[in-house]
Design a protein around this ligand. Structure first.
Ligand code: SIN
Ligand code: MN
Length: 202
């Protein structure tokens, strides 16, 4: 059973939606995805290497280089992305209530010192579909802003097992991760934080 979500500027936060055993099982599934589609550090369109390492599962993977932000049907090594793990799809169906599954599950890995600047998720065709985000491992300080750049922001610590939905008016809010508390969780043997973001792309 999912907990009742908290509401932060329209973002729905399901605290500890995944129990510790489910988190550990999911990490194993993600290990299998990474064995097929290894993590890489892409460059932003401004030519700056991202501090987060990433890979994807699903029909598309999110990708960036100097040509810009986009979805690609293949990993940079030329292989199609592995399928989205079933527990992730179950969580998407349970939190969104949708009959349409996501096309992409982006897997972000934050090592010590990694962060993600404030941005909107707007590389998808239709913003009526929600974005689901799952946090695993070390705690991350998640900042939520506004629909336009600037203005007051609010920050919350996301813990392992927490699930967020950016839905309705919160779908296009600026958001980012200022820092992680490296070593705050024992879920990942080498520490760090994993974030999954699932999106309908087409
Ligand atoms: C993202 O916005 O792509 C990642 C968010 C997070 O790491 O919590
Ligand atoms: Mn995002």
């Amino acid at each position: 059973m999912l907990p009742e979500p908290l509401d932060i500027r329209g973002v729905k936060l399901f605290k500890e939606a995944l129990a510790p055993a489910q988190q550990a099982a999911l990490v194993e599934d993600l290990r299998a995805v990474q064995a097929q589609a290894p993590l890489f550090s892409p460059e932003t369109r401004f030519g700056k290497k991202m501090s987060v390492r990433m890979t994807s599962a699903g029909k598309y993977g999110w990708y960036t280089d100097r040509r810009g932000y986009r979805y690609e049907p293949r990993h940079p090594d030329g292989q199609p992305w592995p399928p989205i793990p079933e527990p992730v799809l179950d969580l998407w169906r349970a939190t969104t209530g949708l009959g349409r599954d996501p096309d992409c599950c982006l897997i972000n890995y934050y090592g010590e010192g990694a962060r993600m600047g404030l941005h909107q998720d707007r590389d998808e065709a239709d913003f009526n579909w929600p974005v689901m985000s799952v946090s695993l491992g070390d705690e991350g300080l998640f900042r939520i802003g506004n629909a336009e750049r600037g203005g007051k922001t609010e920050s919350i610590w996301l813990k392992s097992g927490d699930v967020l939905l950016l839905t309705g008016p919160s779908r296009l809010l600026f958001h980012g991760v200022d820092r992680i508390r490296f070593g705050s969780s024992s879920l990942l043997a080498r520490g760090g934080r994993i974030n999954l973001t699932c999106r309908v792309v087409d």
